[in-house]
Design a protein around this ligand. Structure first.
Ligand code: NOJ
Length: 745
């Protein structure tokens, strides 16, 4: 049967049987995607095409300014909406899908949601997951997020967020993989793979959305949504790699960022959305704006009005407008005036129809709405178990004096101080709108379940940060075998629009630790937070410190497993922790200067009132065992196509417990044509070593290890000396020199 006839038959079926026709589309055989889409496009009016470019937000679950005033149902029925966000649950999704199928051409909707660290089952915040340096585990975590979301009707998640950031004042650091472009790229790739699975169209996969393109993690003064100003070299070498990695991993969609990039808002930035993304990287998927950001071109003062905003965004290459209605109201006029070509609209609509096709929505618009699958999947043992394993691996041991940890089995009574240890809400983390908070295991719950006697005290007021029950907390400590103090932030203190001018842990929280330490009891301080914080008094007084971030549904169990040594911590910091506010933004990968930092030396890159040393460097994290690194060696390569050479290093577990270590490889290009970082991460491997065991770890040295982008964005590898550094943190490495014999430009 000819495609035209098949489409006519499909439309006939839809008209005759309403929504149910969708389930019975075998007879319209959608075998040929391109013909199906082009014939469908031929039948669409300009209004219907523009409708596909409009995305509406559901009522109630706002992730931006509200949309309560909109006649949503009418819009959908009239084909004025192509995709929706913030519609949660199969019942609601069915409702809107059935309205879409009542539109003239019965084109199904795509449903999208921010599944940032868990749909119903909460996972650690993405920054915490990145601390695991465990790519397979992060892929599995993303897979679980997709499994639950897709089982409950969602087709699209606005994740992963891959914005590099050096600035912990910016609250959204909690959503990304931290400060490093290499780690960020690997994590981006793992997350895209996890979310999208084998292929789009599997009912257990979702479309990923790489965001926020581009440079959103570098707002001036750390204020969310603020202007971004960076050189092309800076962008290409530090910020761009994770976006590119995610696109190369096959991400179906990309979201433009709120900020400007080189003085043009990303929403209307043709260089980013068309030249770089489509022409240079060959991206074939959908570009969606951020929430209302097309209309916000007026606030940026680059557009005079909504019509101008629509023209600029569309001409730049932005397909879908999220929430604001500049396209819906003005694109038609712009076509009629000859300012926008209808064939370009066809291309954008074609991309959207293509994704609907690939998701199988033309075959069956309700294929993601299966209650039995949803019941089977959500909160299943696989997902809970993965959440637990991910959470254990996300914990970073920052200090452990006098072997305070792990607790022995003799610790049976603990004083648990701080309401964060009891708060399901906070353990879910900052972007957990759909997470079932009633199923979060807090530390308090987990301790009780293990038969530990818990003497709980609030200790300090989480809102004011002031000490609220000092005497009672001290008494609790006296009666206990050990003290666990839960410090940090409330979930709503990090995340979107949660920039902070002060990263210091409130004085009351720190003072409390100082007082508790005087009891002489073993004290463990837990930092439950969404970003690097400053806590120098805690560092001084607490013999043991764990950064536990916000770990999601299995938070309590994971923390207990670490405290009692059932899991030996292996996390490493994905962001530098500053020692004071003046150092922020702080990162390990700074560039060489003419006057390098030298302690106590005048006229060099430093502060007169502070050290430049962070509290904890990037890549830092302890274990309950100890590791010894051998000297790194360069081994020639027999296969120069694969690698120029190899770096080999021996690592031994010298302690008495099994453990995992993240072996890190850094490189310094000794002399280059442009200024280069003092060191850059270019490889890591997480190795498990039994007590007493040794292993050899090998890293290939390739163009990617050695090269950089010059200021014209040409990838360059220079001939000459490179210093390789290996070790267990960016500040604790051993060096070897490698000579690269030829250049490549
Ligand atoms: C705004 C955020 O910047 C973005 O990350 C998110 O996906 C959208 N809102 C939709 O909720």
């Amino acid at each position: 049967m000819k495609i035209k006839k098949k489409i006519a038959l499909w439309l006939l079926c839809c008209c005759a049987f309403g929504q149910t026709a969708a389930q019975d589309r075998e007879d319209i055989s959608l075998n040929d995607k391109q013909s199906f889409i082009s014939h469908l496009l031929e039948q669409m009016t300009l209004d219907e095409k523009i409708g596909q470019l409009h995305q509406c937000s559901g009522r109630g679950n706002f992730t931006g300014p509200d949309t309560l005033h909109l006649p949503l149902e009418e819009y959908v029925r009239q084909g004025k909406v192509g995709t929706m966000l913030n519609i949660i649950g199969i019942k609601e999704i069915r409702k809107y899908q059935s309205l879409a199928l009542q539109s003239r051409l019965h084109i199904p909707l795509i449903f999208g949601l921010d599944i940032i660290h868990g749909y119903r089952t909460g996972f650690p915040i993405p920054l915490a997951e990145a601390a695991s340096f465990d790519l397979a585990m992060m892929e599995e975590a993303a897979r679980c997020n997709a499994l639950e979301g897709a089982a409950d009707g969602q087709n699209w998640t606005f994740a992963p967020m891959v914005d590099i950031s050096w600035d912990a004042r910016w609250g959204r650091v909690m959503e990304g993989a931290g400060e490093d472009p290499y780690l960020g790229s690997k994590v981006a790739e793992a997350r895209v793979k996890g979310l999208q699975g084998e292929q789009l169209g599997d009912t257990c996969s979702m479309m990923a959305c790489v965001k926020h393109f581009a440079g959103y993690g570098a707002p001036m003064s750390g204020k969310d949504y603020n202007s971004v100003d960076m050189s092309m070299g800076q962008f290409a070498n530090f910020y761009m790699p994770p976006y590119q990695a995610a696109v190369e991993a096959g991400a179906a969609t990309v979201m433009s960022a709120f900020n400007d990039f080189q003085s043009i808002p990303c929403t209307s930035n043709r260089f980013l959305l068309t030249e770089l993304l489509r022409e240079r990287w060959g991206f074939k998927g959908i570009v969606v704006s951020d929430y209302n950001s097309v209309e916000e071109l007026i606030n940026h003062r680059v557009a005079e009005n909504r019509k101008d905003a629509a023209a600029q965004a569309f001409q730049a290459g932005l397909d879908i407008e999220m929430v604001s209605q500049c396209y819906l109201r003005h694109l038609k006029e712009l076509v009629q005036e000859g300012k926008v070509k209808e064939e370009v609209i066809d291309q954008a609509v074609g991309r959207i129809l293509e994704k609907k096709y690939e998701l199988g929505l033309f075959h069956d618009p309700y294929r993601f709405c299966n209650e039995a699958r949803s019941n089977r999947t959500i909160n299943s043992s696989r997902i809970r178990n993965s959440s637990l394993r991910m959470a254990e691996r996300s914990v970073v041991l920052l200090k452990n004096e006098r072997q305070t940890l792990p607790f022995s089995d003799m610790i049976r009574t603990v004083a648990l101080i701080g309401s964060l240890g009891k708060s399901q809400f906070d353990m879910a983390g900052a972007w957990a709108g759909s997470v079932d908070r009633s199923k979060i295991v807090t530390l308090y719950d987990a301790l009780i379940q293990r038969g530990i006697k818990v003497i709980y005290q609030e200790g300090y007021d989480i809102r004011s940060g002031k000490i609220s029950s000092l005497n009672a907390s001290l008494q609790a400590a006296q009666q206990a075998d050990a003290v666990i103090v839960c410090l940090g932030e409330r979930a709503e203190q990090s995340g979107e629009s949660k920039s902070k001018a002060n990263l210091n842990l409130p004085e009351g929280q720190q003072l409390l630790v100082e007082e508790l330490a005087k009891t002489g009891k073993p004290i463990v301080s837990l930092l439950m937070c969404g970003r690097p914080l400053i806590f120098n008094e805690v560092r001084r007084h607490s013999p043991a410190i764990l950064c536990t971030w916000w770990l999601g549904s299995e938070a309590g169990n994971a923390i207990c497993n670490v405290l009692w040594g059932k899991y030996n911590p292996s996390g490493k910091l994905p962001m530098t922790f500053p020692a004071n506010m003046g150092q922020v933004p702080i990162f390990y990968q700074y560039k060489s200067t003419g006057r390098p930092t030298r302690p106590h030396v005048h006229y060099c890159t430093s502060y007169i009132d502070s050290s430049t040393e962070p509290a904890y460097p990037f890549g830092f994290g302890l274990s309950f065992t100890s590791f010894r690194y051998g000297k790194p060696e360069i081994i020639p390569s027999d296969h120069p196509d694969h690698a120029h050479a190899f770096l080999r290093i021996n690592i031994s577990n010298t302690g008495s417990r099994d453990g995992e270590e993240v072996v890190q490889l850094y490189v310094q290009d000794k002399v280059a044509r442009i200024t280069r970082p003092v060191k850059e991460l270019k490889g890591f491997q997480k190795v498990f070593l039994k007590a007493g065991e040794s292993k050899t770890v090998t890293f290939p040295i390739t163009d990617e290890t050695l090269g950089y982008y010059d200021n014209d964005m040409h990838f360059t590898v220079e001939k000459g000396e490179f210093i390789f550094m290996t070790g267990g943190s960016s500040h604790d490495t051993q060096e070897v020199t490698y000579f690269h014999p030829f250049s490549k430009i």
